[in-house]
Design a protein around this ligand. Structure first.
Ligand code: UD1
Length: 420
């Protein structure tokens, strides 16, 4: 079992380059199921969820060449329509293959992903939308089987602007007959990136970046052999913004799209950090005194749920009390329990955490329960007095490219060891 060991208290200073977005790369790689043409995708981060999606696409019949951050995908028209349990249980985003497979082959079989540490995470909005397009489904042996005689575009109003459901329905609608209108669609930047990729392959999509997407189905999508570059990861960007803030550091962040982090930047300023932008980088200068600032998670462009555990880490050493409200995933405040082991004063009631800032956290042995909780524990460890040991790194590996290397370069005393 690997663990990360941090000797906290070092100021992080220097430059860091942000990698490609995991949450944009996953649906874009899956969207290649919609074509037999060659697709070249660049700026793909090297991390475990990408390995899982590559394994999934290979299982379904795609040929894949991976060279560092570039992935080339080809196919010969023959694809399987079933996703294996081992891959779906590893990564919930695997359910996104349902729409493209259904659109092309009129059938798909996907194991139900089930809940995880952050919440129940049902896929009813995906299934309801696909049903409106003409797909029937039933559950047997833990799998959901989808089938359709004909799929046809129509208006779908989502119950909630689910990121995954919007992506699944958007992909499906590109190659079925008629016009699909998705109302109350999610507007996260990763959806815009997916839509831009689909357009490069010949899709007809209007309303990109708005809550109403209009898709006119086309007969066929071509590939994207000239290459498509994935956008920067806004959650990794946010992670380094908080890393600088929590260590009174001075970090220059480049290769990022700062408009995607406006809500966080707003709060970071209120908490007392100095933010400046120049020559394509964002400079975050920490302050000795961190002011308490409340945060409630919202869909984009509101405060991202993925950044909430990191905000809790920062607020745990603020100079007063703050309230953090989680409105997207019902169990996501639980990351706070591990901060308490590090001395934090946090009370969790329902979807609210009351965080009373203390002078400093102290190092402890802690366990990550999900991806962003793992990152938040690293940041807490970086600011803490003494030694922190973090296990549960399989979550971290799913979503951050070389985070230990990047933090080391910024001056962190951090290492990863194999613990037998
Ligand atoms: C995506 C992101 C994840 C991020 C989340 C919210 C990826 C791979 N993951 O997850 O990092 O935290 O968006 O920004 O892009 N829901 C239902 N029924 C459904 C679908 C969702 O009830 O059919 C609920 C979920 O349980 C959750 C909320 O809607 O409470 C938001 O989920 P959703 O937007 O779908 O998130 P994901 O696409 O799973």
């Amino acid at each position: 079992m690997d663990k990360i060991i941090i000797n906290g208290g070092k100021r992080l200073c220097g430059n860091v380059k942000i990698s490609g977005s995991k949450n944009a790369a996953l649906p874009i790689l899956i969207a290649t199921l919609l074509t037999d043409g060659k697709c070249v995708i660049d700026n793909v981060p090297e991390l475990e969820d990408i390995n899982t999606v590559v394994a999934l696409l290979k299982h379904l019949g795609k040929k894949i060449k991976k060279e560092k951050n570039k992935i080339t995908i080809t196919g010969n028209g023959k694809l399987r329509t079933d996703a294996p349990y081992e891959l779906v249980s590893k990564m919930r985003a695997s359910v996104l293959v349902a729409g493209p497979l259904l659109a092309r082959f009129k059938k798909a079989e996907i194991p139900l992903p089930g809940g995880c540490a952050i919440g129940i995470r049902p896929i009813n909005i995906h299934l309801d939308g696909l049903a409106k397009l003409g797909a029937k489904h039933f559950v047997a042996g833990g799998n959901v089987k989808l089938a359709a005689n004909k799929l046809k575009g129509t208006q779908i109003v989502l119950d909630f602007p689910s990121v995954g459901a919007t992506e699944n329905l958007l992909m499906t609608a590109t190659v079925i007959s008629g016009k699909t209108i998705i109302k109350n669609a999610a507007v996260e930047p990763e959806i815009t990136d997916l839509a831009n990729f689909l357009i490069k392959m010949g899709a007809n999509i209007k309303g990109i970046g708005t809550k109403t997407l209009e898709i006119k189905g086309v007969k066929k999508l071509t590939g994207c052999s000239e290459g498509y570059k994935i956008i920067a990861d806004r959650i990794e960007t946010g992670t380094f913004i908080v890393a600088s803030s929590i260590t009174s550091g001075d970090i220059k962040i480049s290769n990022a799209i700062f408009e995607h982090n406006e809500s966080l930047i707003e709060k970071i300023k209120l908490a007392g950090m100095k933010i400046s932008m120049a020559n394509k980088f964002l400079r975050v200068k920490g302050s000795k005194k961190i002011k308490p600032v409340d945060a409630a998670t919202q869909v984009y462009p509101g405060f991202a749920t993925d950044l909430q555990p990191l905000w809790m880490a920062l607020m745990s050493i603020a100079s007063g009390e703050s309230i953090i409200t989680e409105t997207i995933f019902e169990n996501r405040l639980q990351a706070g329990v591990e901060f308490i082991k590090m001395g934090a004063d946090i009370k969790i009631k329902g979807n609210t955490a009351i965080v009373k800032g203390i002078k400093n956290l102290t190092g402890a042995k802690v366990v990550a329960s999900d991806l962003r909780a793992a990152a938040a524990l690293i940041l807490a460890g970086l600011s803490a007095k003494g030694r922190t040991e973090i296990t549960g790194l399989e979550y971290l590996d799913r979503g951050y490219e070389n985070i230990v290397g990047k933090l080391k370069k910024l001056g962190a005393d951090i290492k990863r060891v194999i613990d037998n």
